[in-house]
Write a protein that binds this ligand. Structure first.
Ligand code: TRP
Length: 452
């Protein structure tokens, strides 16, 4: 058997895992979900979900991956050979990863188009209304949406096929800190806009009358999506961790970093929303309407918008690489397919579903299930249902079905690290995370209306 590669350094682990976690989920999805669900209360519930559900599920994925150094299905077979049912989680993970890749590529396609428009200089000099029309004109054109989605998937394919993801990750390792600095500059800029405090209040002042079952389900789904949890992505990464990687510390750092980036995106977007007199509940188009207005009022707008979209492009492609790796690793290790074939299959499926998602903003916009377009449906079902279900599976699997000794060994690196909160962490994996997920699902289904 071929030796599996390992991450060499602790920094490498954090950089690559954070590269997967930080993406459009933080900068596009978080602000729009917060806007749709009315602000502060959503943020608070989101943070609670990250702590009580996200971190424990991340640790569960880490434990499964690192203790076996195998892909999801083999790993679970090794850890609990009699519990075959759990291997279904890996199939669910693969389906969800392809669903996410499909709609994610459409949004990443918008980023590439906006980058292109920024570079040719047609991003500046418009009014607020014109920027809103620009997004509508762009998404309502079937060929433009398709073109940019294909282009993005093609780049994703070429990177994966040529096996140069390591190179991309290296580039993104220095792009990420730059993105971070840029976000700080944009935060300051937004806070200085007229009427900015209105937006800050919207983001940080929780209004509990806005709490609804839909919002709570959305906050949990957002936590899973943003942390790349529930579909074996981090499990696969952890199978490449060395025995020295501190799991608890890494999970904590990644969760804090990821949440910090999301909150920064909120601080950039909401003051601007109120300053320009736009609607916070605009949905998926929110960020695309607001950002051009922000660049426009900054001195040197051309530079800022081009820089921002390039960095966002890198943040997106490191995330789609990680999503694609889930099915590619699975196809190559389980079905003994060549890497090229596995990569081609992954891309072809994403092109088919990605096209449907892109077209659901124009020719297919009236095709709806339960009032959701195809795009919305892919997004809703994957983030709010499949990822939490996967997470529930991993937490139960680690908490209840594998040898307790393995949990201790993994969390403490075979006794080398002293973990102060070891017991509470195990309680979170065994009880708190699964109970929260189930309760939120039930609440979402309306079953708990009579109690709450
Ligand atoms: N977390 C990424 C983001 O916020 C998206 C992502 C990458 C993801 N890999 C994943 C989501 C695996 C779920 C599962 O943009």
């Amino acid at each position: 058997m071929k030796e599996r590669a390992m991450f060499a350094t602790k920094m490498g682990v954090i950089a690559v895992t954070a590269g997967s976690a930080v993406g459009l989920g933080n900068i596009w999805k978080f602000p729009y979900e917060t806007g749709v669900h009315g602000g502060g209360a959503f943020l608070l519930i989101y943070v609670a979900c990250v702590l009580l559900v996200g971190v424990p599920v991340m640790l569960a994925e880490f434990i499964i991956g690192r203790s076996t150094h195998k892909n999801a299905r083999s790993a679970m077979q090794i850890l609990a050979p009699k519990r075959k049912g759990f291997t279904a989680l890996s199939y669910m993970g693969i389906s969800a990863s392809i669903m996410i890749l499909s709609f994610y590529s459409v949004v990443a396609g918008w980023i590439v188009e906006y980058l292109f428009q920024s570079l040719i200089g047609s991003m500046s000099g418009h009014t607020v209304a014109e920027y809103s029309d620009m997004f509508i004109a762009f998404t309502s054109s079937p060929w433009r949406s398709l073109l940019w989605t294909f282009l993005f998937l093609l780049m994703n394919y070429l990177i994966l096929r040529k096996g140069i993801q390591k190179g991309i990750e290296r580039i993104s390792n220095f792009m990420m800190p730059i993105l971070f600095i840029l976000l700080i500059i944009f935060c300051i800029n937004s806070l200085l806009l007229p009427n900015a405090m209105e937006g800050v209040k919207f983001l940080f002042n929780p209004d509990f009358s806005k709490v609804t079952p839909k919002m709570v389900v959305g906050a949990m789904g957002q936590a899973f999506f943003s942390l790349s949890l529930g579909l074996t992505g981090l499990l696969t990464y952890a199978s490449y961790f060395s025995d020295k990687t501190p799991l608890v510390k890494s999970a904590t750092i990644i969760a804090i970093l990821d949440t910090f980036v999301a909150i920064m995106a909120g601080i950039i977007i909401f003051p601007a929303v109120f300053s320009f007199g736009l609607e916070p509940a605009a949905g998926p188009k929110l960020v695309f309407e607001i950002l051009p207005n922000i660049f426009q009022q900054m001195p040197g707008g051309y530079f800022w918008s081009a820089a921002f979209f390039i960095l966002l492009f890198f943040a997106s492609i490191t995330s789609t690489i990680s999503m694609s790796e889930i099915s590619i690793t699975f196809f190559t290790e389980e079905y003994k397919m060549t890497r090229n074939k596995a990569t081609a299959i992954n891309t072809i499926i994403a092109i088919v579903f990605g096209s449907l998602c892109a077209l659901s903003f124009n020719v297919l916009k009236d095709v709806k299930f339960l009032d959701l377009t195809i795009f919305d449906m892919f997004e809703y079902v994957s983030s709010n249902i499949l990822l939490p279900l996967g997470g529930l599976g991993f937490a139960l699997f680690v908490g209840w079905y594998i040898d307790k000794r393995i949990i201790h060994e993994q969390l403490t690196n075979f006794g080398e690290r002293k973990i102060t909160l070891l017991r509470p962490i195990i309680i979170c994996i065994r009880y708190i995370a699964p109970v929260c997920i189930v309760l939120i699902f039930l609440y979402g289904l309306g079953y708990l209306d009579f109690i709450l």
